[in-house]
Ligand binder design. Sequence first.
Ligand code: GLU
Length: 354
Amino acid sequence: MQKIIVIKIGTSVLTDGAHVINNDVLRFYARECKLLRRQGYASVFVVSGAVQLGRTETHTIADKKTLSAIGQVALSAAYREAFAQQGLVTAQLLCSRHDIAKRHLFRAFQRTLAGLIEQGVIPLLNENDALTNGEIEAFGNNDMLAAVAAVAMSAEKLLLLTDQEGLYTADPRFLEDARLVREVGDVTKELFHYCNGPASRQGVGGMIAKLKAAKTAIAGGVETIIARGNIRYRSHLSDIIAHKGPLTCFRPRRTHGALTNHDRWMLATRPSGALRIDGGAAAALRSKKSLLAVGIRDVTGRFQQGEIVRIIDRTKEEIGCGIVSLSSDALKAMFAKGSPRNTDVIHCDHLIMY
Ligand code: GLU
């Protein structure tokens, strides 16, 4: 089996801070893709920039859906041309959360990507921004789409290429002693605080989205690297995957072999409901036990029996997800009557901890 690497090229990398595509960037990454192939890696690119390019083409339109539909044409064409110069064939897939929400759809997504990779075609993935709404339907950003694709394909590595060197303890432009975090084991709340400084541009989505994506990816067994991808630094992907140069590497807590396809699908979905649990229940789940009703402190959102819910600990950190054996209405009714302590709400086989 080929090793798979998922590479997300952020808009700031693609345009290098301008409003139009920098074709040198795409030519550079097409060459890099070919070099990676020689090292046995099949690449999947997650391509951002459709909205930005739509804006550049029209000037008068403000609606993001329309802009993404317009800009996607130019984006795919630019990738196609740059990769064709290296003799590489590209294929465009537009995908959102609801396209993989059901298990059979998730499997179809995996099969299509695997089929393209097997034929030596380079998949270009982007969110189907023109047709999706809200956080249940949409990934909302391409970092998460890239993480989900990496988990779905059991990728060896996920590269989130951006205009920053990685995760800093504070914004390095404002704080001289801000330190680059080189290695992360667990994506804890503390790391999110690093992105929250009042003057930090990192907090406006970029780095936070990357941390959330890294959390999903490492739970799914995928090593994740945030690194600077701007063309002027010409950071070779082979160096980045060998951890050379400034970057942040997130180490996975499990191997691909420790996950079932069912686990991967659970990680890829965005449930609407959540269960807040107490410390005892959190410890039990970590030692692979089931979630019992007695450990639940709060039920939020609406869900049916058999749906996936998020599991939140008492510090409000999302620590896992699983399939519930009772609907939100049934759970609330049970608590209103006084809680039956031993009811199994999430069975340990239907649970994945981050
Ligand atoms: N899908 C968006 C676009 O192509 C990009 C989202 C992101 O940058 O995370 O414009």
